[in-house]
Design a protein around this ligand. Structure first.
Ligand SMILES: *[C@@H]1O[C@H](CO)[C@@H](O)[C@H](O)[C@H]1NC(C)=O
Ligand SMILES: *[C@@H]1O[C@H](CO)[C@@H](O)[C@H](O)[C@H]1NC(C)=O
Ligand SMILES: *[C@@H]1O[C@H](CO)[C@@H](O)[C@H](O)[C@H]1NC(C)=O
Ligand SMILES: *[C@@H]1O[C@H](CO)[C@@H](O)[C@H](O)[C@H]1NC(C)=O
Ligand SMILES: *[C@@H]1O[C@H](CO)[C@@H](O)[C@H](O)[C@H]1NC(C)=O
Ligand SMILES: *[C@@H]1O[C@H](CO)[C@@H](O)[C@H](O)[C@H]1NC(C)=O
Length: 552
């Protein structure tokens, strides 16, 4: 069976998939060949990171409970890791593909991820999680469809489209990395791309998508960029929001949506206008010199080109805060249960711990670092999870490096070390992100979805809990924090593992604005956490250590 599969895989063109039923949950097999290649998204050739020759990489299409077997061949000249952004990896941080859980895949070798997607129906993406590789590509869409048994709260669309938007730098990922390593910022992007392109508007642009008049289409929009929040809109068409980051929401119509780095929306768009071309537009928000990108949506039988008049983006961030307030979880939608333990009445659960994280940008000896509560994280050579599993954590990191509540002088202190928080399994925790800076923030937590309770201006105090949405906040994996604002989330830490909490802004993360949350399975029990896979790559201090007794 195994050999037959291998032969068929070689025979199929790269990126195609094959599904086999083993027991209950089907397996889907993917081969990802990661290479450098020349791309010219702005008309000028530059080095990109391709998957199976594609930029962006291929879409992964799967259904809840599917087992994804993704065999990644690293043909770059550098170690490489992919992360499956927003996929919860229940009991299985081994597959998370971040430096704190996995050794990177050495150049010239391959590694197979085994990711089981659970009931988190929605739009996601994958991307390279280390070494600024994301600046060169390596990302692609990932959609989780509903099993037939679980209805989604809208009719089947005519077709399903992935729209990956992001800011883009013409400098290579190695140049950007050198800037960061020397303690400088990567500065502003040169452009915005939509699915790796930007339309010129010279009448020769190929359409990105086509629509049949009268039909309704699903668009999955994710911000895969490095740091710019983007506003997304479509000429003359409104978008009905149906899902965001794995939760079905109250279906409001929007003329435009602010998509922050790491965030994803699923919208329905009906082709009910004059049959011609229309532009979809993505433009930067909250920075003075606005960058805009467009791409064509063509009606079948289109009679005319798209109008060059692009719809205007909203101004200022108050608009965006209001938009956040309009997002409500659809409590009656039967699909997409984000919390398998079922804490739907999250507003009634007593908080066991409050953590307030304040981000800071600090220059030390002239070099820029970013921190959370005064600690700027560095990835040790031995992944944190492996150090823990092999029971040598003391040789690699300390627990609870930061205080739960940021001290008031947080902007003046800096220590550079691995940043690990110890959270008790199943605790119900409130986390506040307070942004004292003048720049946007976007935070992402691996392994979980959380209730996005509030985003408000100013500083957080316990009294501000009155601003929380304790009824129908959307369960998400990423939350933006506007300049001089705070955001609050709540969740039950019921997924044992070592989980990355990070600034989704690539520069901030690279220079230390991230930490890991260790949620231990106290009994090393298989009920709580899966064993380290046999093929797990070992590096650093654990490379030659005997394997500890597996979980039971
Ligand atoms: C990956 O792509 C390169 C370049 O096209 C090719 O030489 C190599 O054989 C491919 N590897 C796999 C595993 O498909
Ligand atoms: C994606 O998968 C679903 C079922 O899992 C299938 O119905 C659909 O046709 C697939 N779409 C594409 C584009 O392969
Ligand atoms: C590497 O790829 C080969 C060929 O597809 C496969 O048999 C093997 O299991 C892969 N190795 C790992 C560690 O994933
Ligand atoms: C919520 O989901 C239900 C059931 O799937 C659907 O009928 C309803 O229209 C949705 N409500 C809103 C406000 O979107
Ligand atoms: C929450 O705490 C209050 C006050 O300490 C207590 O009365 C209540 O029973 C607790 N509720 C739950 C669900 O544990
Ligand atoms: C982490 O928290 C758990 C549960 O509260 C506790 O048993 C353990 O001792 C803590 N570990 C460290 C290193 O602080």
């Amino acid at each position: 069976m195994g050999r037959v599969m291998f032969v068929i895989l070689l025979w199929l063109s790269a990126g195609t998939l094959l599904s086999v039923v083993r027991g209950e949950d089907p397996y889907l097999f993917f081969t990802f060949n990661v290479t450098y290649g020349t791309i010219s998204p702005l008309g000028i050739p530059q080095q990109g990171i391709l998957i199976n020759g594609q930029f962006p990489g291929p879409n992964i299409n799967c259904t809840s409970n599917n087992n994804l077997m993704i065999n990644v061949f690293n043909n770059l000249d550098e170690p490489f890791l992919l992360t499956w952004h927003g996929i919860q990896q229940r009991k299985n941080c081994w597959q998370d593909g971040v430096a704190g859980t996995s050794c990177p895949i050495p150049p010239g070798t391959n590694f197979t991820y085994h990711v089981q997607v659970k009931d988190q129906i929605g739009s996601y993406f994958y991307y390279p999680s280390t070494a600024m590789h994301k600046a060169a590509g390596g990302f692609g869409g990932l959609r989780v469809n509903s099993r037939l048994l679980i209805p989604v709260p809208y009719p089947d669309p005519e077709d399903d489209y992935t729209v990956l938007i992001g800011d883009w730098y013409t400098k290579s990922h190695t140049t950007l990395r050198k800037l960061l390593d020397s303690g400088r910022s990567i500065g502003r992007a040169e452009a915005v791309l939509i699915n790796g392109k930007t339309a010129k508007g010279d009448g020769k642009d190929e359409p990105l998508f086509t629509m049949k008049p009268g039909k309704t289409y699903k668009y999955r929009i994710c911000n895969v960029g490095l740091k710019a929040s983007l506003n997304f809109r479509i000429q003359s068409h409104s978008m009905k929001l149906v899902e965001m980051e794995g939760s079905h929401v109250v279906q409001n119509n929007y003329d435009s949506l602010d998509v922050h780095v790491g965030g994803c929306f699923t919208v329905l768009v009906t082709a009910d206008k004059v049959p011609k071309d229309y532009y979809m537009v993505a433009s930067t928000r909250f920075i003075k010199s606005v960058l805009t990108s467009k791409g064509i949506i063509r009606y079948e039988n289109a009679k005319a080109p798209a109008s060059p008049d692009l719809p205007k983006a909203p101004l200022g961030w108050a608009w965006s805060v209001n938009q956040f307030h309009s997002f409500r979880w659809n409590l009656s939608a039967s699909a997409a249960r984000p919390n398998p333990q079922g804490s739907y009445k999250y507003g009634n659960i007593n908080i066991t711990r409050t953590i307030k994280l304040v981000n800071s940008a600090i220059r030390t000896k002239g070099k820029l670092r970013y921190a959370l509560n005064g600690v700027s994280h560095v990835d040790p050579e031995t992944p944190l999870k492996l150090a823990q599993y092999f029971e040598i954590p003391d040789k690699v990191f300390k627990y609870d490096t930061i205080p739960d509540i940021a001290p008031s002088d947080v902007a003046d202190s800096l220590s550079v070390q691995p940043n690990v928080l110890n959270i008790t399994h199943r605790d119900f925790v409130e986390i506040i992100f307070e942004n004292h800076e003048k720049t946007m923030q976007s935070y992402h937590l691996d392994g979980y979805s959380f209730f996005a309770l509030a985003i408000e201006p100013g500083r957080w105090t316990p009294e501000r809990r009155k601003d929380y949405n304790l009824l129908d906040a959307v369960s998400r994996h990423t939350i933006q924090v506007f300049p001089k604002c705070w955001a609050a989330i709540m969740l039950t830490f019921d997924n044992a593992g070592m989980w990355n909490l990070r600034s989704e802004h690539a520069e901030n993360r690279y220079l230390g604005q991230q930490l890991y949350i260790s949620v231990l399975s106290p009994e090393r029990s298989l009920r709580d956490e899966l064993n380290m896979p046999d093929i797990q790559l070992l590096c650093g201090l654990v490379k030659n250590l005997p394997k500890p007794a597996p979980y039971t």
